[in-house]
Design a protein around this ligand. Sequence first.
Ligand SMILES: [Mn+2]
Length: 330
Amino acid sequence: MSTGMDADFTQIRHNLDAATRIGVASHVRPDGDAYGCTIAMALHLRALGKDVTVWNEEGLTDKFRYLPESGIVTAPPDHAKHDFDVFIALDTSTKERLGRVLKATGKIGTWINIDHHVSNHRYGDLVYIDDSAPATGQILYDYFTAVGAEITPAMAANLYAAISTDTGSFQYEKTTPHTFRTAAALVEKGLDVQKLSQAMYDSHPRRRLELLKSLLNSARFFAGDRVATFSLGLDTAAMLRVLPEDNEGLIDHLRAVEGVQIAVFFEELPENKVRVSMRSKDARYDVCKICSLFGGGGHAQAAGARMTGPLADAEEKVIAAACHEIGIDS
Ligand SMILES: [Mn+2]
């Protein structure tokens, strides 16, 4: 694996200044940080007069239409390749996690990789990884501030959404005084906290509640109730007409149970694949380490993996590894 050069903000800025055609993208199964960063960076680059292409494998999902200027995100073309002077991957730990975006990139002058995942593979030419940052949105706020860029109200809302969603509303381990100062500065740019928070947390489609009912019925507990899991099969997903974006945050219902230290969400995917999401409530238990056993990665307290099925086999292996991490055999 070739690893890029550690870059500072000045080097990144010089590369962006010198570029004309710039691509911006983030990972498959995009979350609030992925979209928020992508849109904020794209708006910044457009303000600089750049020719900006803004991609996500899924285009823009309905759930994130509330983000200001989110309409600039499009799906990459299926059968064409675009050349870029600079391509920026945000919040994306491996190039492969760009999904179909990667297939639509032709000649790239400089790859820039900006991320906060500890498991980042350091791909690209200029690499800026800060795994102490609670969100890539935090890194972009620091970048815009460092280079003296204007943060417009639309950029502020996107960065706030990125940070709020990746910290579980300012609750998780990496939420620091700097995170709150950043949030305060973003609110001062003129965003409506209640309106944005309702769009993020209190505007789910009804089918998401139907999905939650089904998941709660599948909940299981191991290792003296310290490991909790639930599972979504393809048949249930089809019956409830679930969209991939409906899953986000549901694992929090497991994590919210007193005594649970590791929460695991299994999702059966087509072609005999299983998506595993894992959360740790206790810094002593490193779920990134567990997920890396199965080819995945992420953060110490929030990680994931894609495994080969069948679902029951994946469940058995992952539950055993989680119980082992806790120190109790399942
Ligand atoms: Mn993130």
